[in-house]
Design a protein around this ligand. Structure first.
Ligand SMILES: [Fe+2]
Length: 249
């Protein structure tokens, strides 16, 4: 089974809208054309679908995703407006596929760039991991780890210690996927791989101590193959595919 993770399209109400020198809707459309060639079983969009939280931006994003003809879900990032998003497509907290549980968390906090899961959502996660033994893939917008950039850590996941302190994290979580940092990253935390994906919109410069954008760096998406082997062990393999930026003219 193939899941494709996309993130951070930052669409605007205006279809010609630009995010940090990138015409984001054109970038989304060209990326989805590459994604379509893989015919994934599920697409997960890990937040910042919209840059301005407008209904029009969500309607157009949903239209482009619907046109692929495969199942897709989204979850909110800090730039999103979850209630408006849910008017267009409900936020699903869990999906079961191929013997796995895919957990979709909401780290949005009104008016803040950083994220927080909150006690109630963490309690639900604790209960879910305690009650179901199937391997879990967890997706949220804000990385639940510190990254090699201080400015980004200041707008990271505020309650990440509480996230990792709960039961079942190292036992059941096979991987955590996130967006928000606008570049590819992989790290291990408590033995669990935590991986981000490049943005659809402009990329941030990795390991920069100050906010820095590389509008010419290619965007990309993550392919995640999930399964269970003959011995009943979960199997996951993943890679990022980059989509070259089309230079105008
Ligand atoms: Fe973003």
């Amino acid at each position: 089974m193939l899941i494709i993770q996309l993130s951070d399209s930052h669409l605007k109400a205006d279809p010609a809208g630009v995010y940090r020198d990138v015409e984001v809707e054109a970038r989304l459309i060209s990326m989805l054309a590459v994604v379509a060639g893989y015919q994934p079983d599920l697409i997960v969009v890990s937040g910042d679908v919209s840059d301005d939280g407008s209904l029009a931006s969500y309607q157009r994003a949903a239209g482009h995703l619907d046109a692929l003809g495969c199942r897709w879900v989204w979850l909110p990032g800090n730039h999103d407006h979850p209630a408006t998003m849910a008017e267009v497509r409900a936020l699903e907290p869990i999906i079961h596929l191929a013997g796995w549980q895919i957990l979709l968390l909401n780290s949005w906090v009104e008016g803040e760039e950083g994220g927080r899961l909150g006690r109630q959502q963490l309690a639900h996660l604790d209960a879910q991991l305690a009650g179901e033994a199937s391997p879990a893939l967890l997706v949220l917008h804000h990385p639940p780890v510190s990254v090699e950039a201080d400015w980004m850590n200041e707008i990271g996941l505020e309650d990440r210690e509480a996230f990792w302190a709960g039961p079942g994290r190292s036992d059941h979580l096979q991987a955590v996927l996130c967006g928000h940092i606008h570049h590819e990253m992989t790290c291990l935390h408590q033995g669990v791989p935590v991986m981000s994906v490049p943005a659809i919109a402009a990329q941030f410069v990795p390991e920069s101590q100050e906010f820095a954008v590389d509008s010419h760096a290619p965007g990309g998406f993550r392919l995640i193959h999930l399964g269970v082997d003959d011995a009943g062990q979960p199997r996951l393999s993943t890679r990022v595919e980059y989509v070259p930026v089309q230079q105008p003219g």
